[in-house]
Design a protein around this ligand. Structure first.
Ligand SMILES: *Cc1c(COP(=O)(O)O)cnc(C)c1O
Length: 376
């Protein structure tokens, strides 16, 4: 993968490095009513339901915009105006769902744990037992703020036992980590084109339980984010209600074909896990300390503590790595000063080794010998 592009590798939470063939799929203009485009759109929706394990009971509703548009559309459509959402928060994306509810004027409560702590299913159970007005629960699959893997299946079991509805933000996990929407179960799961499927940014999608979606008619506050209306229109004539992001859909279709060629979720997940192992062991060898223990680390993005050495200036470190062709990402943790390195996108273990080599060189240039965090 090293020779494919001279652009820098994006070791970030997205947008990500994509294949040359996925980029090439965008070099054509499609009419939105073109029969071939309509077929591409139908294929994309069917493949996504299949990847989610949705079977006949689920449908896929795409929506224009970044991933947040899909999450907002999911909350706006599925949470009734008199509903109440329990939001499990351990990072920025959980907080974003609370902010969405503030904008929508929907009632919610939060259960917040620190960024390095997954929600405890038994705590969720007692919150649901003690507040019968909670109708829905929202959980983040991989909280990209830290890279932590949240126990979605265990949470789903509790929510189902208490007869409430589950909404999943699987943005940074979908396509790399197994998920079975029918088995969980959940009412809806949101993700986007530009994360683990390795497409171009510009569209999100929500995998919806079709019967639950039918019940949502009239819930949404917004025409453009009304998934039920988008779905109804798309079922009728296979077209998007409003201008489709045609190039993004075409690239996503190509990216999905490449995902299948790699062995689907199992193959994609294997490459990312290998990327993550190479990265974490190499960074440990350089003296860096990951935030999370291996058992909580999803193979998506890794958070490292900022070195305590006063000579370590993150901006200089970042700029010099970017000059060498590797773009990393700042941290946004509240629990610790940190930065992040992504394992997702069109990257393989050679790229990760290249990044580690560049990091080693940069440390040498900066005169940093000790990369451990301050000891508390
Ligand atoms: C990337 C991401 C989103 C969406 O972010 P956008 O910037 O709107 O694409 C939502 N949730 C999680 C967990 C994410 O990783």
């Amino acid at each position: 993968m090293t020779a494919e592009t001279h652009e820098p590798f994006l070791l970030t939470p997205g947008p990500l490095t994509t294949s040359a063939t996925t980029k090439q799929a965008m070099l054509r203009d499609w009419g939105s009513r073109d029969a071939a485009f309509i077929q591409i759109n139908r294929d994309v929706r069917n493949r996504l339901v299949e990847l989610a394990g949705g079977g006949d009971a689920f449908t896929c509703v795409p929506v224009q915009g970044s991933g947040t548009f899909a999450v907002e559309a999911m909350i706006a459509t599925f949470l009734p105006r008199d509903g109440k959402l329990l939001i499990l928060i351990n990072g920025a994306y959980g907080h974003r769902i609370a902010k969405i509810c503030d904008y929508l004027g929907r009632d919610y409560v939060i259960y917040e744990t620190t960024e390095d702590t997954p929600p405890d299913p038994s705590e969720v159970d007692s919150m649901l037992a003690n507040d019968v007005s909670i109708s829905h629960v929202a959980v983040i699959h991989c909280e990209t703020t830290s890279g932590i893997l949240n126990p979605v299946a265990e949470i789903a079991a509790v929510v189902a036992r208490r007869q409430r509805r589950l909404l999943v933000d699987s943005m940074s996990a979908f396509g790399a980590l197994e998920i079975d929407v029918a088995g969980l179960p959940c009412d809806a799961l949101a993700a986007s084109s530009n994360k683990c499927i390795e497409g171009a940014p510009g569209m999100g999608f929500v995998i919806c339980h079709t019967d639950a979606l039918v019940e949502t008619k009239g819930n949404a506050h917004s025409l453009s984010l009304d998934l039920e209306d988008q779905w109804n229109a798309m079922e009728k004539n296979a077209q998007w209600r409003f201008t489709p992001p045609t190039h993004v859909v075409a690239a996503f279709h190509q990216a999905l074909a490449e995902h299948a060629d790699e062995g689907g979720i199992a193959g994609r997940g294997r490459r990312y896990r290998r990327n993550c192992e190479v990265l974490v062991s190499g960074m440990r060898a350089l003296g860096f300390k990951p935030l999370l223990p291996d058992a909580l680390q999803a193979p998506i993005i890794v958070t490292f503590h900022m070195p305590a050495d006063p000579g370590f200036d993150f901006q200089i470190f970042y700029d010099r790595l970017a000059e060498k062709g590797y773009v990393i990402y700042p941290g946004k943790l509240t629990v610790a000063d940190s930065f992040r390195i992504g394992c997702i996108g069109r990257l393989d273990e050679q790229v990760m080794r290249g990044a580690l080599g560049a990091i080693g060189e940069t440390l040498e240039e900066m005169g940093i010998r000790e990369c451990g965090p301050a000891v508390a």
